[in-house]
Design a binder for this molecule. Sequence first.
Ligand SMILES: NC(=O)c1ccc[n+]([C@@H]2O[C@H](COP(=O)([O-])OP(=O)(O)OC[C@H]3O[C@@H](n4cnc5c(N)ncnc54)[C@H](OP(=O)(O)O)[C@@H]3O)[C@@H](O)[C@H]2O)c1
Length: 267
Amino acid sequence: MHVDVSGKTIVITGASSGIGETAARQLAAAGAKVCLVARREDELDRVREDIVRAGGMAWSYPADLTDEASLSAVSGRILVEQSRIDVLVNNAAHSIRRPISEALDRLHDYQRTININYLAAVGLTLKLLPRMLEQGEGQVVNISTLSSQVPIPLFSAYLASKAALESFSRSMLAELSDQGIAVSLVYFPMVRTPMSNRTSLYRHMPMMNVDKAAGWIVRAIQTRDARVGSPVGTLGSLALAALPGPVTRLTQPLFRQMDKRLAARLK
Ligand SMILES: NC(=O)c1ccc[n+]([C@@H]2O[C@H](COP(=O)([O-])OP(=O)(O)OC[C@H]3O[C@@H](n4cnc5c(N)ncnc54)[C@H](OP(=O)(O)O)[C@@H]3O)[C@@H](O)[C@H]2O)c1
C-alpha cells in the first residue's frame, strides 16, 4: 500500500523539537496539512513559520498534554478548526534513565512518564477518534522504542510507559481496524535529538540521524503498516518472548560493558 500524504490533515504531538519537528517538516513538504502540538508556543511558531515560508500548510496548537483541561481545550480547537483528521501521531514523550535501585523514593518518575508517554497519547486519541470513525477512516501512529523489544536496563519508567502504549495500540487494532482505522507502532533505535543528548554518556554513541527517523513516521503513514522498526528489534522481541531468562542473562553483561566503554570515551 502507498498512501499519498498530500492533502491529508495530520496532527503530530511533540512537534516543537527532535523527531516530531522533523517529521512535521517532511510531511508538510510532501503536501500534508500539519497540526503541531507541544507546550512551547514559540518553538511551535518557529516550525510553523518555516513550513509556511517553504509553501506548506501548518497550524500551531500549544498545549500541555499531561493537563486534562489543556488536552480538552486543544483537541476541541483542532476539531473545530480542521474539517478532517486523517492521522494522529502520538510522538510527544519524556525519557528518564535511572536504575530502579536509585528510584526507590521516586514514584514520580513513573507518574511523569506514564502521564505524557501513555495517558496523554490515549487522551488525545479518545478525543480525535470519533472524527475518524465519522469519516470512516483514519490512522493513529504511536511512537515507541527499540528498547522495548530487547531487555535494556536503566529505563524502567520510560519503557513501562511505552509498553502500555504498545498494548493500547494492539487493542485499538483488534477493535477498530474493520472500521477503517489503521494503527501503527514505530520502534525507533537511539536517535540524535535533544532527548538523547540529555544523557552525556551517549555523546559518542552511534545513533540514527533525525531525518532518517522522521522518515520512518512518513513511511508508517504511507504504508499504514502495524509495525515500523528494524530487523534487530523484531528479532529481539521474538527472542525475548521465547526465552526471556536466557536472553536477559546474555545481554545484561553486554549492556554493562557498553556503558563502561562509553564512560571511558567521555574521560
Ligand atoms: N531520541 C531517541 O533516541 C529516541 C529513541 C527511541 C524512541 N524515541 C521516541 O521518539 C519520540 C520523539 O522523541 P525525540 O527524541 O524527538 O524527543 P524530544 O526532542 O525531547 O521531543 C519531545 C517532544 O515532546 C514534547 N512534549 C514533552 N512533554 C510534553 C507535554 N507535557 N505536552 C506536550 N508536548 C510535550 C516536547 O515539546 P515541549 O517541550 O515544547 O512541550 C517535544 O516537542 C518520543 O516518543 C521518544 O520516546 C526517541
